[in-house]
Structures are given as C-alpha cells and as structure tokens.
Design a protein around this ligand. Sequence first.
Ligand SMILES: Nc1ncnc2c1ncn2[C@@H]1O[C@H](COP(=O)(O)OP(=O)(O)O)[C@@H](O)[C@H]1O
Ligand SMILES: CC(C)(COP(=O)(O)O)[C@@H](O)C(=O)NCCC(=O)O
Ligand SMILES: [K+]
Length: 256
Amino acid sequence: MILVIDVGNTNIVLGIYEDKKLLEFWRIGTEIHKTSDEYGMMINQLFSFSNYKLSCISQVVISSVVPTAMYTLEHMARKYFKSEPLVIGPGVKTGINIKYDNPKEVGADRIVNAVAAYELYGGPLVIVDFGTATTYCAVSKNGEYLGGAISPGIQISMDALFQKTAKLPKVELVKPETMICKNTVSSMQAGIIFGYVGQVDYIVERMKKELGDENTKVVATGGLAKLIATESKTISIVNGLLTLEGLRIIYERNRE
Ligand SMILES: Nc1ncnc2c1ncn2[C@@H]1O[C@H](COP(=O)(O)OP(=O)(O)O)[C@@H](O)[C@H]1O
Ligand SMILES: CC(C)(COP(=O)(O)O)[C@@H](O)C(=O)NCCC(=O)O
Ligand SMILES: [K+]
C-alpha cells in the first residue's frame, strides 16, 4: 500500500492506495507551523481510526505547492513510515512534456492533475482546479502540458470583499436563488458565484479556441469544483480525486 499526499495552500489531502484502488482518504488543514511530529501523530490517529497501520505503507508520494510544509512532511515520511518519499519535481518521471517557459515554475499539483486527467480521459483537455487559487491548464491531444491561467480562488475573492470593505459581512459560499438579489448576503453570493461561473466559461471557451478542437474535454477538481460545475456550461467532468489519482499514476511510472 502507498500513501499519497497532496499539499495545497489551504488543505492537505491524504490517500491510501492498494494498487489502483483508493482505500481511504482524508483532508486536513495546511499549517506551515506544524512540526513533522505533529503531522506524524495526526496521520497516526487518522490511520488508527480507519484501522490501518503505518507499517502497511511501503512508499510515501508527495506533491506540494507549499515548500515549507513539504520539508516537514518529507521528514515525517522518513521518521514515521521509514520511507524516502517520492516528491513530485524535477527528475521524477511524469510521462508529460511540459511546454512552460521554465518547467520548474509550474505548480506540482497542476502537473499531477494533468497526468491523471490525460490518463483517465485523453486529450485535448482543459483542467480547472478550484483550490485556494483557481488554475486552468491545457493539455494537448498528444499529452503535452501547454500552460494555462491562474486566478484568485472563490474563497479568496469572498474574503477580499469582507476584508476590504466596512459594511460587507463574512458570507458562506452558497448559491442564491436569483441573480437579482434583495439583500447584502445574497448579493455577494450572486456576484461571487455567478461571476465565477462566467469567468470559468469564458476562460475555458478561449482555451478551447486556442487548442482548436471543439471536442476538448473539460475536467474540474478541487474543494469548490461542484459549486461551479453545476452552473457552468463548459465543465463536463468533475473528479474531486484527480490529484490523488495522478500521484498514484506517477508512483507507478517511477517504480521500475
Ligand atoms: N469538501 C469540501 N467541501 C466544501 N468546500 C471545500 C471542501 N474542501 C475544501 N473546500 C474549500 O475549497 C477551498 C480550497 O480548496 P482545496 O482544493 O482544498 O485548496 P488547496 O488545494 O489550495 O489547498 C477552500 O475555500 C475550502 O474551504
Ligand atoms: C497556482 C497555485 C498557487 C495553486 O495552488 P492551490 O490553489 O492548489 O493551493 C500553485 O499551483 C502554484 O504555486 N503554482 C506555481 C506557479 C505556476 O503554476 O505557474
Ligand atoms: K490543489
């Protein structure tokens, strides 16, 4: 069994795979001040709650866009899993050709998503990851990572409205009934959520045009994917576990 760990700016998602089967997964908050022992103990508790032993794990695989948390987790893997972790980065075989100006600059999560989506659905593809930031990634028919776009995440956008104004409250991300709203809370919800749907559909349409293929598949993932996917005209597939799948696939490609 392997333990895959996806470190985002808001959450760390952990999953246990036995071959291709995801047996269990958990989501914990990303805290850059947590120590390797604190993460080790937390993971130990999650494991024992689900009746797994740390010693069942033969390899830990980590993808991170938060460098400080990554070093802590690498140390945690060595100490608690006696495993030299496979960390997604330069030198790791992903099977994907990265066409960014500087391939080292692309967030590891974006590459891992691209690997999974291409393997599962084939290209050409647009992948939209609704995390702390929202990332859009284009993958060609032949599986090249072409690049994409990055925009402020949905929660970040909502937080900014609250933090930068005197009278706007902190509001839950829930879809309102109508577009024309008659109170502050639903006006904010409508502006953020429906505005976001418009952003997604516009960016995806433009990417499809640049890809030059009307049959481009559009896959959404990330904590807030469902909220937008139900309203969006362009998103056809939602797979909340895309990053974990990608980590499993990359592990297999580096096993030989
Ligand atoms: N299961 C969930 N249900 C609803 N919202 C979620 C869930 N998981 C994460 N979120 C929200 O999604 C956003 C971050 O998504 P996530 O994909 O975890 O980000 P990151 O990969 O950047 O850590 C946050 O606003 C968080 O509150
Ligand atoms: C864009 C991101 C912040 C998204 O991170 P997330 O929202 O998943 O936490 C991350 O992929 C990142 O730091 N990327 C590096 C810059 C780039 O991909 O070009
Ligand atoms: K992510």
